[in-house]
Design a protein around this ligand. Structure first.
Ligand code: ADP
Ligand code: MG
Length: 710
C-alpha cells in the first residue's frame, strides 16, 4: 500500500474523531500529516542526575516512583497528583494539577522519564506539570529534542509525536520529488531522512538541514513555476507600439513638474518594451509618492498614438475613480477618450472629454442602456482608455484592439491573484486574434531584492528609487497615550495654517475580540464633539458604499473637511497634497510596510508633513519595530526591516502556500534562491515539460493549485 499518499484515517490508530480534528489544520493524508512540521523544539535530550539539578534549568531526569498520591485541595477543589522520583543520586518532587490519570500510571516502583523546568520552593526542588513517560517506552516526549507542534482544540503535541512514531514504524515509502543527483550535489538529505530529521532529530544540525531541504524544495518549485510562466508569456506575440519621441517630449514638457531621473529611466524602459513583438511583462516598483501614475500615463499616451486601446485596473473603486480624474486632467487638451467602468457608479454627465460612468445594470435596469452603449463604444474602439477595477477583465467585455493592460497597486493582491490576473489577461477578448496585450504592473510596496528574485523572477523590473525633488522627508514620531493632547494641539495649529489631517483607526466597528480598540465611528463622534468642536470631520470606512466613499474623499480633497477619520480603506494610493498630518491609532497593530503606506498619504507636496504613531504598547519589541519608521522615510529600508521581522511568508501574503513557518524562515536566504533558480533552469533545459521529473511536475501543479485558491 502507498501509505504516504493514503488518507490519514487509514492509519490503524487514528480514529474518526481525530480525522475530523486534523481536517481543521488541513491534514487529510499521511503526507499532509508528515508535512505538519513542528514550529520549535524543546531540548530534553540531556539526562541530568537528580543531585545535579539547578533551579531554573530545563532538564530530563530518569528514576523510579518512590511515593505517589492524589490529593484534592479544599478551597479550589483541584486534584493534585504528587510523586517523588528517585535515582541513584537523590529524589525530587513532581506535581500535576487536574490530571488525575497521571496517578493511575505513575504508581510506586514504576520507572519513569520526566522533563521540564526545575522550580524551587521552601521544600526544595520540584517539577510542575512536567512531560513524562514510562522508561519502558522509547523517548518521545522526554529524553530527546522534543518537537513542539502548533496545536488546535483536541489535538496536542503529545498525540502528534506519538502518531508520528507509529507512522514511521510502518513500511513507509516516500517518493522524492527532487532528483537524487541534485540532493547529493547540494548535500541535502532525501525526503524520508529529512522528515525523520524534522520529527525525530538527534541534533539541532539534523533539523536545520532538513528545514533547508524543504525550503529548497519549495523555492525550486516556485522557480520552476515562474520560469514556465515566463516561457509561456514569451511565446505569445503582441502588437508593436512605436516610440513617439516627439509626442512624449511635448507631453512631459506640458507637465507642471520635471520628471525625476528614476521616472525618466523607468518610462524609457517601458516605452522601449512596447516597441517589441514580445509582450511586455514588467513590474514598476516604486515607493509611495514616487510618481508612478505619470509613467502609466506616458505608456498610455504612446499606445493611443498607435490607435490601440488601454485598460487600467485599480484594486478599489475609489482608486479607479481617482485615476480616472487624474487621467482626464492630464489628457484634457487631447482627443483621448477615457471611460470609467465600475460596478456601482451612476452615470453622470460631464462636458469635459467624453467620459462615461456606468453602473452595472444587473440590478438597476434603468442604466442598462448606458452600460450597453459604453460597452459598444469600447468594442468599436471609440474609447481609448478604460479605467476600472479588476472586474474589468473578468467580465464579458470586448475590446476592439486592447494592446496594453496596466494594473495598479497590485501588491494588494496576493501572488496567487496576480497569477490569476495574468492568466485572465492572456484570455481576454482584446480584439486582436493571436496577440496578447502588454502588461505593466505597479506596486508601492518596495520589494526587497531577495524577494524580487525569488517570487517575481518572471517579470522585468523597473525601479523608482527616487522621490520628486520638492518633497521634504516626513517627520515621524511614536507617541505614548499621555502625549495625545499635544498631538491634538498640533493638529489645531496645522488646520489653522490651512492644512488637513488624516486620523487612521484599525477597525470599523466595535468587535468583541478587539473591544479595546476604539471603533472609528465612535471615535469620529468623540473627536467631533469633545476634541475638535470647531473643526469639520469626515468619516471614511469600509462599510460605506463605493459612491459614498467617493463622496467623502472628494469632499476631503475639496477641503470640506479639515480632518478625515478613516479606517485602513485609505491605505492605497489616495492623493490629497494639502494633507500634512497623519495620526495612526494603535499603530502597533499594523505591519511596518502598511504603516509606511499610510504615511505616504501625507508629504505629497512641498509642505512639511508629520506622521504620529500612537501606541500604548511600550514593549521594547514594538518600540524598536515602530522605531524603524522614525529613523527612515526609505520604503526599501523599511521593507527589508519588515521582511526580517515578519518573514517572507507573511510579507508576501504567502501564508497559504502550505510551507511550514520554519522552512519559510530560510526563504530570505539569497544563496538558496540563487541555487534554486540555477537548478530550475538546469532541469527545464534537460526536460522542458518536466516529463523526466513527474514528481516535480506534480509538485508544481500542487503549488499552482495552492497559489490559485488563496
Ligand atoms: P504613486 O507612485 O504613489 O502612485 P503618484 O503617481 O500618485 O504617486 O504621485 C504622487 C504625487 O506626486 C502626485 O500629486 C503627482 O502629480 C506628483 N508627482 C509625480 N511626479 C512628480 C515629479 N517628478 N515632481 C513633482 N511632483 C510629482
Ligand atoms: Mg499610485
Amino acid at each position: 500500500m502507498d501509505i504516504f499518499n493514503a488518507k490519514i484515517g487509514s492509519i490503524p490508530r487514528i480514529s474518526e474523531k481525530y480525522v475530523e480534528i486534523l481536517k481543521k489544520i488541513n491534514v487529510f493524508t499521511v503526507s499532509d500529516f508528515l508535512l505538519h512540521f513542528p514550529f520549535r523544539y524543546e531540548d530534553y535530550s540531556e539526562r541530568i542526575e537528580i543531585d545535579s539539578l539547578v533551579a531554573g534549568q530545563t532538564a530530563t531526569i530518569m528514576g523510579e516512583i518512590s511515593t505517589s498520591k492524589l490529593v484534592r485541595t479544599w478551597k479550589k477543589k483541584m486534584l493534585i497528583t504528587e510523586c517523588h522520583i528517585a535515582d541513584e543520586t537523590g529524589s525530587v518532587r513532581a506535581v500535576w494539577f487536574n490530571q488525575p490519570y497521571v496517578s493511575d500510571s505513575l504508581t510506586v516502583g514504576k520507572g519513569v522519564r520526566l522533563a521540564g523546568k526545575v522550580l524551587e520552593d521552601k521544600n526544595g526542588f520540584y517539577f510542575s506539570n512536567p512531560a513524562w513517560e514510562l522508561s519502558s517506552r522509547e523517548p518521545t516526549n522526554t529524553g530527546r529534542l522534543v518537537p513542539i507542534y502548533s496545536e488546535t482544540e483536541g489535538l496536542t503535541s503529545k498525540w502528534i509525536r506519538w502518531q508520528m512514531q507509529n507512522i514511521f514504524k510502518l513500511k513507509l515509502e516516500i517518493p522524492d520529488p527532487i532528483p537524487a543527483d541534485i540532493l547529493e550535489e547540494l548535500h541535502l538529505p532525501p525526503i524520508k531522512t529529512a522528515l525523520q530529521y524534522i520529527h525525530f532529530p538527534q541534533s539541532e544540525n539534523q533539523y536545520l538541514l532538513a528545514q533547508k531541504r524543504f525550503a529548497f524544495q519549495n523555492m525550486l518549485t516556485v522557480q520552476l513555476a515562474s520560469l514556465k510562466v515566463k516561457a509561456n508569456w514569451e511565446k505569445e506575440s503582441c502588437v508593436k507600439i512605436p516610440f513617439q519621441e516627439k509626442t512624449i517630449q511635448q507631453f512631459t514638457a506640458s507637465l507642471p513638474f520635471t520628471l525625476t531621473n528614476a521616472q525618466r529611466k523607468a518610462s524609457f524602459e517601458i516605452l522601449k518594451d512596447l516597441e517589441k513583438t514580445r509582450p511586455m511583462n514588467r513590474l514598476l516598483n516604486g515607493d509611495v509618492g514616487s510618481g508612478k501614475t505619470i509613467i502609466a500615463a506616458l505608456a498610455s499616451l504612446q499606445t493611443t498614438q498607435a490607435d490601440f486601446q488601454i485598460a487600467i485596473m485599480a484594486p478599489t473603486e475609489v482608486l479607479a475613480r481617482q485615476h480616472y480624474t487624474t487621467f482626464c486632467e492630464l489628457f484634457k487638451n487631447t482627443k483621448i477618450k477615457i471611460a470609467l467602468l465600475t460596478n456601482s457608479y451612476r452615470e453622470t454627465n460631464s462636458k469635459q472629454n467624453t467620459r462615461y460612468e456606468i453602473q452595472d445594470t444587473k440590478k438597476v435596469q434603468k442604466s442598462k442602456a448606458q452600460r450597453d452603449e459604453l460597452l459598444t463604444k469600447i468594442k468599436h474602439g471609440e474609447i481609448n482608455i478604460t479605467i476600472g477595477t479588476h472586474a474589468l477583465i473578468q467580465k464579458d467585455i470586448h475590446f476592439k484592439n486592447l494592446a496594453l493592460v496596466i494594473i495598479d497597486e497590485q501588491h494588494r493582491f496576493g501572488v496567487s491573484q496576480r497569477a490569476f490576473l495574468q492568466q485572465q489577461i492572456e484570455t481576454i477578448n482584446d480584439g486582436l486574434p493571436g496577440k496578447i496585450p502588454h502588461l505593466l504592473t505597479m506596486t508601492a510596496t518596495p520589494i526587497p531584492r531577495t524577494l524580487t528574485m525569488a517570487y517575481f523572477g518572471n517579470l522585468d523590473l523597473s525601479l523608482l528609487d527616487e522621490m520628486p525633488k520638492n518633497r521634504k522627508p516626513i517627520i515621524t514620531k511614536i507617541v505614548p497615550p499621555r502625549q495625545r493632547n499635544e498631538v491634538y494641539n498640533f493638529v489645531r495649529s496645522q488646520v489653522a495654517d490651512g492644512h488637513q489631517v488624516f486620523i487612521i483607526f484599525p477597525l470599523v466597528e466595535e468587535s468583541e475580540k478587539l473591544a479595546e480598540l476604539k471603533a472609528a465611528t465612535q471615535e469620529h463622534e468623540r473627536l467631533s464633539r469633545d476634541i475638535f468642536p470647531a473643526l469639520s470631520l469626515g468619516l471614511l470606512h469600509g462599510k460605506l458604499k463605493a459612491k459614498e466613499k467617493e463622496q467623502v474623499m472628494a469632499d476631503f480633497k475639496n477641503k470640506k473637511y479639515d480632518i478625515l477619520v478613516a479606517t485602513s480603506v485609505v491605505e492605497v494610493g489616495i492623493d490629497v497634497p494639502n494633507a500634512t498630518v497623519i495620526i495612526i491609532e494603535d499603530a502597533d497593530r499594523f505591519g511596518l510596510s502598511q504603516l509606511h503606506q499610510f504615511r505616504g498619504r501625507v508629504g505629497r507636496s512641498q509642505l512639511q508633513s508629520y506622521c504620529f504613531l500612537l501606541t500604548s504598547s511600550n514593549t521594547v519589541k514594538s518600540k524598536s519595530r515602530l522605531g524603524a519608521l522614525e529613523k527612515t522615510n526609505g520604503g526599501f529600508e523599511i521593507a527589508e526591516a519588515d521582511l526580517k521581522m515578519r518573514g517572507p511568508g507573511e510579507f508576501l501574503g504567502l501564508r497559504q502556500s502550505g510551507l511550514p513557518d520554519i522552512a519559510m524562515q530560510h526563504l530570505g536566504n539569497v544563496k538558496l534562491i540563487e541555487i534554486s533558480r540555477q537548478k530550475a533552469l538546469q532541469l527545464l533545459k534537460s526536460s522542458p515539460t518536466l516529463a523526466k521529473y513527474p514528481l516535480l511536475k506534480k509538485e508544481l501543479t500542487r503549488f499552482a493549485i495552492n497559489v490559485h485558491l488563496e
